[in-house]
Design a protein around this ligand. Structure first.
Ligand code: CU
Ligand code: ZN
Length: 494
């Protein structure tokens, strides 16, 4: 019997801590890294990594793959990028705890973002986690408890504060999810019903998260002209409840608000100086993407958005609209935009996902460069249409565009943002580093050629320049070929 299961020979090892790359062999046994350096001994399988870079598998901290894990457990669009762990349940959106209200939540448009649920075979959060375990996904998975789903399941779409009894019920569900291993609580305060929750409700819920040692992750209330107050609110919630705070997809949206990250990042730095653990994630694009319904007020597109800046990414029925801008669609319908948008939403059962070109490159760079910023794709795994290219390209794009071409930060720092920093923040034990004793989540790539291939027009393209992706010691991607090996683990908070 060979001494090791797998031996990766002679690569430039980037360990995830930010330390400089060094040439080393990496030996794997029973899913873990057991030797590092000059390794003698034989292995069942050897990979010659001479001339390649060997890094910890990338951790995608901002995912909406909750249902995709059940429908396409290979999660090929993620593993092909070098992603070995996905954190789901973001933006307050999720499928558990489930009841009739939550089924309606999906029917009213969430299905467009998370995908169709074939069968709600669970009711509690723990039962949903079991369904994910049974689906045997290729990557590792961690979850957040989604506040929107908690609130809908408890009190429907009521635009008011919860009663004491309702708040108690939400806390019970949250505690159940935390006990089942969730990393923390997520909110989507721009969306209904998250938008109905006052700060006090969120502080109360976060006290439960604090008891379990979890973190608070927020799609904040307003990423446009209310950005600074919204960042202050997120920090206050964590500070008063005693939880670390992760600000999701940090950005300044809308032309009038470009440059606001010059003020939002110092708010985060100041909170950190007071001892509040605030971190953030971002995706490396100037376009955002979300449900079109969330961009409307009373059925009309919000005034801050130019219809030409909004592209329809995916719909349920009229696929000819996918890839077209709202002004073009209005022309085809021969209607003014004000009337075309509500008609489109009604015809599509609200399940329309949009891509919005609303950010400034300078803000994107400023946020990505911040030492507390990690990478999160926010990919929307629509089974049809033209999803935002971040679904397929986020991680290679950071290494290609911001490390290699623009030298915004070093290769080692770029890898740290994708590995050790997220593993520490989301409490993923023995992940995010190449070191003895860590789980063998590894990506082997060529730093001089790695490249995104997905575009807004043709998003469904695997990146190039990645030779192997390894999850818990098992090779799931080899030279662009993605397998369905059920190598992932369900990661629970320690
Ligand atoms: Cu999101
Ligand atoms: Zn979000």
């Amino acid at each position: 019997m060979a001494q090791f299961d797998l031996l990766v020979r002679g690569g430039n090892v980037i360990d995830g801590t930010g330390a400089p790359a060094r040439t080393a062999d990496v030996a794997v046994k029973d899913g873990r890294i057991v030797a590092l350096g000059e390794v003698n001994g034989d292995a069942d399988r050897e990979i010659d990594a001479n001339g390649w870079w060997v890094a910890p598998g990338f951790i995608d901290v901002h995912c909406h793959d909750d249902i995709a894990l059940l429908n396409t457990p290979s999660l090929d669009f993620k593993t092909a990028q070098g992603v070995t762990t996905v954190v789901c349940g973001n933006c307050g959106l999720g499928a558990a705890p489930a009841n009739e209200h939550v089924k309606e939540f999906f029917a009213r448009g969430i299905e467009g973002v998370l995908g169709p649920v074939k069968d709600f075979s669970w009711s509690t959060i723990g039962e949903f986690y079991d369904a994910v375990r049974e689906a045997k996904p290729a990557p590792n998975v961690a979850f957040l408890v989604p506040h929107g789903t908690l609130r809908v399941s408890t009190m429907g779409w009521e635009h008011r504060d919860p009663t004491d009894a309702e708040l108690g019920k939400m806390k019970d569900h949250l505690a159940e999810g935390m006990a089942a291993g969730a990393a923390g609580l997520s909110t989507g305060l721009m969306y209904v019903p998250g938008a109905f929750a006052k700060t006090e409700e969120l502080i109360e819920l976060n006290r439960v998260v604090a008891e379990y040692g979890g973190l608070y992750v927020s799609h904040i209330r307003n990423e446009g002209n209310g950005l600074l107050d919204s960042v202050r609110e997120a920090i206050r919630i964590g500070e008063e409840a005693g939880t670390p705070v992760q600000i999701s997809h940090h950005k300044a949206s809308g032309r009038d608000n470009w440059g606001l990250t010059k003020e939002s990042l110092p708010l985060i730095d100041a909170a950190r100086e007071r001892g509040v653990r605030v971190t953030m994630d971002a995706y490396p694009y100037t376009a955002a993407s979300t449900s079109l319904a969330a961009l409307t007020r009373n059925g009309r597109l919000v005034r801050a958005l130019d219809p030409h800046d909004v592209m329809v990414a995916s719909v349920k029925y009229q696929h000819e609209y996918e890839g077209k801008r709202l002004d073009e669609i209005a022309d085809i319908m021969d209607l003014p935009v004000e009337d075309a948008v509500p008609k489109l939403l009604a015809d599509e059962d609200q399940a329309v996902v949009a891509v919005m070109f609303i950010m400034d490159e300078a803000d994107v760079r400023r946020v990505l460069q911040h030492p507390q910023c990690m990478i999160g794709s926010d990919g929307i795994p629509s089974p049809t249409g033209k999803p935002h290219p971040r679904l397929y390209g986020t991680f290679p794009r950071v290494l290609e565009r911001y490390v290699r071409n623009e030298k915004l930060f070093s290769l080692e720092e770029g890898v740290r943002k994708m590995t050790q920093l997220p593993a520490k923040t989301f409490m993923l034990a023995d992940r995010g580093e190449v070191r003895e004793g860590a789980w063998a989540d590894i990506v082997i790539f060529d730093a001089s050629t790695i490249a995104e291939q997905s575009t807004y027009d043709e998003p469904r393209q695997y990146p190039t320049g990645i030779s192997h992706v390894i999850v818990n010691g098992q090779v799931v991607v080899e030279n662009g070929q993605v397998s369905e090996i059920p190598s992932g683990q369900f990661l629970t908070r320690p």
